[in-house]
Design a protein around this ligand. Structure first.
Ligand code: MLT
Length: 263
């Protein structure tokens, strides 16, 4: 499905009816990464999964992008679908940065947070410099060098050994990110504000999920979020790396289901 919002054509999936459950993908992915969640959760919820601007089938509009723009795109999707009821928002990695920024600006739109494989802090100076290097590389050589260098680090060693189909699928999802989308996302992550001070103000129930083998965002980041958010639960997932929802979908879905049932 497509909608014209905020000056571009946004692709999104909407399945089921009931309380809204919004899934926000990480970098450089798109809504296809939530396929293992769409069917199971659409039994009791209206499950929404957008392709962020420049990603997947959404229009590859030129930047600059910011995390706040990506938040506004998600909120515009809810508005366009007349969803006034607060949503449970589940963001993975960059999607988690967006979820926290959405809570900062529109807390009334969120009734529960699911923060998967993410961190609250801003980029360090070294991290920002690495984003600049990555942007220069995409400008020069396109998106392939970034996706090729990320692919071997995204999942648990066990996933690479046991699930080559998934590795191929993950690569194919990343390959559909456009050049402006990749540059825009890198820029938006580089300039994102520090959400650490926000954590102690989060009153909504929060579930934190993190793969024990995450090579991109250390486990310690999940513990720090858990310590700072009063009403939070943490689940560490064994044999999962940075993409726990696709590497261990049954366990991921079970934990999310239990969280939703308690809301
Ligand atoms: C992601 O998975 O969204 C990114 O790896 C996050 C980041 O680069 O900070």
């Amino acid at each position: 499905m497509f909608l014209d919002i905020n000056g571009f054509k946004m692709a999104f999936e909407s399945q089921g009816q009931g309380p809204p459950l919004l899934f926000i993908h990480g970098f450089p992915f798109n809504r296809r990464m939530w396929e293992p969640q769409m069917g199971p959760f659409s039994v009791k919820s209206q499950v929404l999964a957008p392709d962020l601007r420049g990603h997947g089938d959404s229009e590859p509009i030129e930047g600059p992008y910011s995390i706040d723009m990506l938040v506004d795109d998600c909120v515009a999707l809810l508005d366009a679908l007349d969803i006034e009821q607060p949503a449970v928002v589940c963001g993975l990695s960059m999607g988690g940065y967006i979820t926290l920024a959405m809570y900062r600006r529109y807390p009334e739109r969120i009734c529960g947070l699911i923060l998967a494989a993410t961190r609250a802090g801003a980029d360090s100076l070294e991290g920002k410099a690495n984003r600049d290097k990555a942007i220069a590389q995409v400008e020069k050589d396109g998106t392939a060098p970034i996706t090729d260098s990320m692919l071997p680090k995204l999942m648990s060693p066990r996933t690479y050994e046991t699930n080559p189909d998934l590795v191929r699928q993950v690569k194919s999802i990343m390959t559909s990110t456009s050049v402006p989308g990749m540059i825009g996302a890198l820029e938006s992550m580089k300039t994102r504000p520090d959400s650490t001070p926000l954590l102690s103000e989060i009153t909504g129930p929060t579930l934190i999920l993190h793969g024990e083998d995450d090579q991109l965002i250390p486990l310690q980041e999940a513990h720090s979020i858990h310590t700072a958010i009063a009403d939070s639960t943490i689940c560490l997932m064994s044999s999962a790396g940075h993409l726990p929802n696709v590497e261990q979908p049954e366990r991921f879905n079970q934990v999310v289901k239990e969280f939703l049932e308690k809301l």
